[in-house]
Ligand binder design. Structure first.
Ligand SMILES: Cc1cc2nc3c(=O)[nH]c(=O)nc-3n(C[C@H](O)[C@H](O)[C@H](O)COP(=O)(O)O)c2cc1C
Length: 334
């Protein structure tokens, strides 16, 4: 398949693995890039720019394909040294950065001076247009279904993607709720040039996370995610667990007076407990509604090859089969 995204990032398939805290290590990013997609190392999971430089070098040892690094600009308890992270990305020979959270405007001159292509993840058309205006090369349009931070507009991708297609000049990928060939083909039909997946890539053999997490993803249904931190306008979609139940109780008790300090223990420092120790009730960790479509733990290559083969069949057989050629629809290939 050739799209504006495969051309922009010089990758074989229009599939990106979004940055994921404590999941997007070298092993997963390299596996995605080796399978023909775009693998992304999660910058801030590396506690210092020096550690990120080491992680990038480790990833280059595992693949010679294009790679990206995610830089997330979210409200955090202590602001990371972004210029030093950008220097590590540049010196590590990384040509693609996925930004997310607040606008990357302040850092665009440094990223562009380093010859880096920027794809900004946005949950609205107005933020996507802003990303286009400040010189981003592409956007990842993240619908309400997504794992992580869906913003506060609550627009699902059935509406958001066609709106983005009508408004944007730069290419975009669909993000949130993407799991298989049906997601990819639907995203392409709505104007996207590819798709970004988070949750689905966690349930792969190479994802370097505890087996309990993969089992929980396979067991969960589309009804098992919850939105936390709504009252402080930092909404996150997470997988329901005992820690999340307690967090939601506190949110209900405090109502409009909720402060981040009230829920600190249920949202800070949770990722290593879940992803490394496999403590599934430790608190809030991102997970998309797409978890209801995850039933296995394939290798990354099996997953991507399956998506691309099924997508080709969907387009060639199912979709072209609907074009009226005089034969009854009931006799056509489904
Ligand atoms: C466990 C997990 C951690 C994530 N961490 C980050 C992050 O640190 N930065 C970021 O920009 N997005 C993060 N995301 C969002 C993903 O990059 C991606 O946009 C999202 O998962 C897409 O929705 P999906 O899960 O329905 O595929 C995370 C998602 C998950 C599931």
């Amino acid at each position: 398949m050739k799209t504006a995204i495969t051309e922009l990032f010089e990758i074989q398939h229009p599939i990106i693995q979004g940055g994921m805290h404590y999941v997007g290590f070298a092993e997963l990013a390299a596996a995605v890039s080796n399978a023909g997609g775009l693998g992304i190392i999660t910058g801030l999971t590396q506690r210092t720019p020096e550690l990120l430089a080491k992680e990038i070098a480790r990833c280059h040892d595992m693949t010679d394909k294009p790679l990206g690094v995610n830089l997330t600009f979210l409200p955090s308890f202590t602001a990371p040294p972004y210029p030093e992270y950008i220097a590590a990305i540049k010196e590590g020979g990384i040509g693609i950065v996925e930004t997310a959270g607040r606008s990357p405007e302040q850092y665009m001159p440094a990223l562009k001076a380093a010859g880096i292509k920027v794809i900004h993840k946005c949950t609205s058309v107005r933020h996507s247009l802003k990303a286009e205006a400040i010189g981003c090369d592409a956007v990842s349009v993240d619908g309400f279904e997504c794992g992580g931070h869906p913003g506060e507009d609550d627009l699902p991708n059935m509406i958001l993607l066609p709106r983005a297609a009508d408004a944007l000049k730069i290419p975009f990928v669909a993000s949130g709720g993407m799991a298989d060939a049906r997601s990819l083909v639907a995203a392409l039909a709505m104007g996207a040039a590819g798709m970004n997946m988070g949750t689905r890539f966690m349930a792969t053999r190479e994802a370097p996370i505890h087996d309990n997490v993969k089992k929980a993803l396979v067991a969960a249904t589309e009804l098992d995610t919850r939105l936390v931190m709504r009252p402080i306008r930092n909404t996150e979609r997470v997988l329901k667990n005992a820690g999340v139940d307690r967090l939601l109780e506190i949110e209900r008790e405090k109502g409009a007076n909720l402060k981040i300090e009230d829920i600190h223990e249920h949202v800070a420092g949770v990722y290593p407990k879940v992803m490394i120790d496999g403590d599934m009730d430790a608190g809030a960790w991102s997970c998309g509604m797409v978890v209801g479509l995850i039933h296995d733990v394939p290798t990354v290559k099996e997953l991507i090859d399956r998506i691309m083969a099924d997508a080709e069949r969907l387009i060639r057989d199912r979709l072209t089969g609907f074009l009226d050629d005089g034969k009854p629809a009931s006799r056509k290939v489904a």
